[in-house]
Design a protein around this ligand. Structure first.
Ligand SMILES: Cc1ncc(COP(=O)(O)O)c(C=O)c1O
Length: 440
């Protein structure tokens, strides 16, 4: 065991089975491009590009140089009442990539903060327009919107909510999720079946009256729950129902934005424009924590009233628009443009889909799902031991095959680099097959 692994006792790891992990820690010490280096000197191929974060590869030289330069030039300045040049530039750059009509950008430090910020903006917007009765927030079952109280409340992943059930924020409902193995298992890309599930929002409008609902938040393609692409026509239908009732539509694009769906934003991929977009991860290629909330003109304008010397939104973080994070973001955007990252991502989709679906006939597999460069292979749980098969696959990949995958229980998730090399992608899936063949 390395020195670092020896010291693990103090560290309470996030979203990890700590006791199991500490028996045989998996410690990364370095990275370059598409590979990690472990503390015992092994090179691992990263099939998850960080945590959906690092689409253009680890330690990209353009970002490294920009961060090094920025930290020596302006390490920090307050973001309230003054700002920095990089934050201004990045906000401008990001809204220029956003769907038409999305024109203002509020910076946060994570996806969770983006979501809670977006929910507050939605509530504040209605209040500013004299519709303070619109207080209800609607999420979707199996949605993941981070771990802060707002995001957890509109989120729909049971283990994340269970222990906090009594303290979730009030006034939240959920529409049903879109996975139904009987009707849409093994869909390649968007399932043909399921657009009608958006009508569940009408049910909640009937229950509460649509005029009391502030916003609906969904991931345009759900990620962390195990990749649920939206059924054909589903997002259009949600947009229609929101418009009919004056409800804001929020797309949580913490994963979907910045090329994962071969476009700057998932909204552009699906041709449906929400009122608010939340994002993070690919904004800085994961290099420095940063998130953003993008809003339409009409939302921003609704706040811009009253005495001009008064703060319009009492919200913000010490590190909102952090200059080093913003410099990382600007360098990331430059790489996306100069290297044609979104076109690279588009060109990989078919290969990725074929590799994933080659597992459809595997004895453990009950579904395969994909959209863009997001993918999942769902395995049947082992009798009496849900999650065991997925956990074992993850560990065997790491120790025996030198690849990193992610599992959520028995669902294996894949987030390949947007600039993956097709042969390396293929080899990594061959290694995965050896692992799945070797487990019960
Ligand atoms: C859709 C979505 N929203 C919010 C979050 C939370 O982001 P963070 O972990 O940066 O707080 C995530 C993280 O994976 C996400 O996928």
């Amino acid at each position: 065991m390395s020195d670092a692994a020896d010291k693990l006792d103090a560290y309470w790891m996030p979203f990890t089975a700590n006791r199991d992990f500490k028996k045989k820690p998996r410690v990364i010490k370095g990275a370059a491009g598409h590979y990690y280096t472990t503390d015992d000197g092994r090179k691992l191929y990263d099939m998850f590009s960080g945590l959906w974060t690092s689409g253009i590869g680890h330690c990209h030289p353009t970002i490294v140089a920009a961060v090094q330069k920025q930290v020596a030039e302006l390490d920090y300045c307050m973001g309230f009442q003054v700002t920095n040049d990089k934050a201004l530039e990045l906000a401008d750059r990001v809204v220029n990539m956003a769907p038409d009509g999305i024109s203002h950008c509020f910076f946060t430090n994570s996806g969770s903060e983006s979501v809670d910020t977006a929910l507050k903006i939605a509530l504040g917007y209605h209040r500013a327009r004299g519709e303070g009765h619109r207080t209800r927030l609607i999420g979707r079952e199996r949605g993941y919107h981070g771990v802060n109280f707002g995001g957890m409340s509109v989120g729909g992943m049971v283990p994340n909510r269970k222990a906090f059930s009594a303290n979730l924020i009030p006034g939240v409902d959920h529409i049903r999720h879109t996975l139904d193995l009987e009707h849409n298992a093994f869909s390649r890309g968007l399932p043909q079946w399921g657009a009608h599930l958006a009508d569940d929002l009408e049910r909640l409008c009937g229950l509460h009256d649509g005029s009391n609902i502030a916003a609906v938040i969904v991931e345009p393609a759900a990620g962390s729950t195990g990749v649920l692409p939206p059924p054909v026509g589903y997002l259009e239908r949600l947009r229609e129902i929101c418009d009919k009732h004056g409800i804001l539509l929020i797309f949580d694009e913490v994963i979907a934005a910045f090329g994962r769906l071969a476009r700057p934003f998932g909204a552009q991929r699906f041709g449906v424009t929400p009122d608010i977009i939340t994002t993070a991860k690919g904004l800085t290629n994961g290099v420095i924590p940063m998130g953003a909330v993008l809003v339409s003109d009409s939302i921003y304008d609704a706040f811009m009233q009253g005495p001009e010397n008064m703060i319009e939104l009492f919200h913000g973080y010490t590190y909102s628009g952090h200059p080093v994070a913003a410099a990382a973001g600007l360098a990331t955007m430059r790489v996306y443009e100069e290297e044609g990252t979104f076109a690279q991502s588009a060109a990989l989709e078919q290969h990725f889909e074929d590799l994933l679906h080659s597992f459809a006939d595997h004895k453990h597999v009950i579904d395969v799902r994909n959209i863009g460069l997001m993918g999942a292979i769902e395995m049947a749980p082992r009798n009496g031991a849900p999650g065991a098969r997925g956990g074992e696959a993850h560990k065997k990949c790491f120790w025996d095959e030198n690849i990193v995958i992610r599992n959520g229980m028995d669902i294996l998730q894949f987030s390949p680099f947007l600039n993956s090399k097709p042969d390396e992608m293929q080899q990594s899936f061959e290694a995965l097959r050896r692992v799945l063949d070797s487990i019960d």
